[in-house]
Design a protein around this ligand. Structure first.
Ligand code: A5P
Length: 236
């Protein structure tokens, strides 16, 4: 295994230890979250009992392969804890860019419904502030997507349609498209999140602000834990 994967696995294993019997657990998507689901699968086989809420069809399939019971999304019961990865983490307030794996919509629905959102990552994802090094993935409906792209570009970013391994437009689990929007600077992420939400044709953006409560970031020195209080959200 390459060193970066070992670090992802180390962070993911630390997060899996936070799960206790009887919990409702959000299961993230992406390579780091996959390590967490695998570790949780091992713990399930060792007798830990919990129910998973998967954020993608791929994560559901993996969890099911370990026999973990799943529900799609609870109506009013909050999820105790969600473990997910991120493309960029701002250390100052645990603001996140997520969604390069294409599952941001379900991830965000699960995140806002979770008491605790634990982000697992290797150290390359951590920046002092959310810096816009990663583009912001934005899920858009496919109807009229080129006109939506134009409205996104008018916000001052460079939107690029995400494609799959065959070069075809990537489809999310919900059948939508993803535009990766590179902003030159992210001086006010909250203003950008609001502006993206206002664009006609946009379903959701990969800016996750005020949602993460803990980051577990692995480096050669070990796993660093960063905790933040979660500010109240109007939609949370
Ligand atoms: C999936 O849609 C994403 O939000 C992932 O959580 C994010 O892209 C991080 O993925 P990796 O753990 O594969 O880097």
């Amino acid at each position: 295994m390459i060193e970066r994967d070992i670090l992802k696995q180390t962070a993911a294993a630390a997060a899996a230890e936070l799960v206790a019997d009887g919990m409702l657990v959000g299961l993230g998507t992406g390579s780091t979250a996959t390590f967490a689901i695998r570790r949780l699968g091992e713990r399930f086989r060792d007798g830990l009992r919990f129910t998973g809420v998967p954020t993608s069809l791929a994560s559901a399939e993996l969890a099911r392969s370990f026999g973990i019971p799943l529900i799609e999304m609870p109506g009013s019961t909050p999820i105790d804890l969600t473990i997910d990865g991120a493309d960029e983490i701002g250390e100052a307030d645990l603001g996140l860019i997520k969604g390069m794996g294409g599952a941001l919509l379900r991830e965000k629905i699960v995140a806002v419904s979770s008491h605790r959102l634990v982000i697992v990552a290797d150290e390359t994802k951590l920046l002092p502030r959310l810096g816009g090094r990663a583009p912001i993935p934005v899920e858009v409906v496919s109807f009229g997507w080129e006109s939506t792209r134009g409205r996104l570009a008018a916000l001052g970013c460079r939107p690029v349609l995400k494609r799959d391994a065959q070069g075809e437009p990537f489809r999310t689990d919900g059948g939508n498209l993803i535009m990766n929007c590179k902003f030159t600077a992210l001086s006010d992420p909250a203003a950008i999140e609001r502006a993206l939400a206002m664009v006609v044709g946009v379903v959701e953006s990969g800016l996750f602000l005020g949602l993460a409560t803990t980051a577990l970031v692995a480096s050669r020195a070990g796993v660093r834990r960063i905790d933040r209080d979660r500010p109240p959200r109007a939609d949370g």
